[in-house]
Write a protein that binds this ligand. Structure first.
Ligand code: ADP
Length: 361
């Protein structure tokens, strides 16, 4: 089994190496143009072609040829070949590229998908903006980017500036970037971690974020290696964990805590989403159970930041690409988001205080 996989990988390598790198004339593999090669037992193969950024256009046909060559291999059932431009010059901080001028970076994470992590991230970002902070939102969910839908930016594409920096899209008072802006909606979203790495690097280093007070990172759901390597790329001021009461298990929070421990980022708090449903007469029903997140946060020693109810207006605003906090600031749920944002900021300040220095005379 393992032998067969190793054999398949070798055959893909050989095929790709038979294609010449247009710059060096060497085989693509030898020239170091292929990264993240992954071959699966079911015959799915994926890899990235890294083109020098100034001549990236030259490599579109190379990518096509590489994909075709891999597809022709016996035992290969599907091929995903992604083309990315490699960074030759480091993003110059003085022209606003990269995150050098971002005062604080906060990751928004969840142990599972579908708990409303992106909904919370977008509305919290709007809440930070409403507190007068210059705010950015970076949607790093490479498996299912949601910023284009939630912010109503849809199929808009970011502009490439003369200095090759991508201009983030402006929406609802936020600067935003998403993998969803960079790839066509029709192309497969089943990129594996390694494949997504260079796209992610581009979104961090080669975007003209400029001066920001806070940049929120909407991480892919889960607490695995992909997430860890993402959060290790940038200095975090802290992390927020989103969960529903039902899925809130101590083990989930522990996994979240362990993940951020590796990065030494403080946990700013746990947010319980879909906490309850309130009928117009004010009666609350705890559909997914009551108080789970609060209890577990306390047990795990993490601050509890608050509850967001199941709310029709919140759901509708997501579908309409018009974040509730930005478009209906007076709504009680918007108020809740602003309270959570305020507490999160207090925790950023408290948890990032420099350790007292001990002078020895
Ligand atoms: P995740 O990012 O965790 O996968 P999403 O933010 O995409 O989850 O939310 C999943 C779905 O649940 C979306 O359709 C969203 O509109 C809806 N949703 C999230 N939070 C709430 C809430 N508090 N009330 C009602 N609908 C919600």
């Amino acid at each position: 089994m393992n032998n067969r996989l190793a054999d398949l990988t070798e055959r893909v390598k050989a095929r790709l190496n038979a294609i010449k790198d247009p710059i060096s004339g060497k085989g693509l593999f030898t020239a170091g143009r292929v990264t993240g090669l992954d071959a699966r037992a079911d015959g799915k193969v994926s890899f990235t072609i890294e083109a020098p950024r100034d001549v990236a256009d030259l490599y579109a046909p190379v990518r096509d040829r590489a994909e075709e060559a891999a597809r022709g291999i016996d035992g290969v059932t599907a091929v995903i070949a992604v083309l990315t431009a490699e960074t030759t010059a480091k993003a110059p901080a003085q022209n606003g590229g990269g995150v050098g001028r971002v005062k604080q970076i906060i990751a928004v994470a969840s142990a599972k998908g579908g708990v409303g992590k992106s909904t919370v991230a977008v509305n919290l970002a709007c809440a930070f903006a409403s507190l007068g902070m210059k705010t950015g939102l970076l949607d790093l969910d490479v498996y299912g980017p949601s910023a284009p839908t939630l912010l109503g930016t849809g199929a808009k594409k970011p502009r490439m500036r003369d200095d090759k920096m991508l201009e983030p899209l402006a929406a609802h008072g936020l600067k935003t970037m998403s993998i969803g802006y960079l790839v066509d909606p029709g192309s497969p979203m089943i990129w594996r971690g390694a494949m997504a790495t260079s796209a992610v690097r581009q979104m961090i280093d080669e975007v003209a974020w400029g001066d920001l007070d806070v940049l929120l990172l909407d991480l892919p759901p889960g607490t695995g290696d992909v997430q860890v390597s993402l959060v290790q790329r940038v200095p975090l001021a802290g992390a927020l964990i989103v969960s529903t009461p039902q899925e809130m298990a101590l083990a989930d929070v522990r996994r979240g805590l362990a993940m951020f421990e590796k990065t030494r980022a403080p946990i700013l708090g746990v947010i319980e989403n879909m906490a309850y449903f309130e009928t117009p007469d004010g009666k609350r029903t705890h559909i997914f159970g009551e108080g789970g997140a609060r209890r577990v946060a306390a047990e795990a020693g993490a601050p509890f930041l608050g509850e967001i109810p199941i709310d029709i207006a919140l759901r509708e605003s997501c579908d309409a690409g018009a974040p509730l906090v930005a478009t209906q600031p007076e709504h009680p749920v918007s108020k809740r988001f602003r309270e959570i944002a305020t507490t999160a900021q207090a925790n950023v300040a408290r948890m990032n205080k420099p350790a007292p220095t001990i002078r020895v005379k």
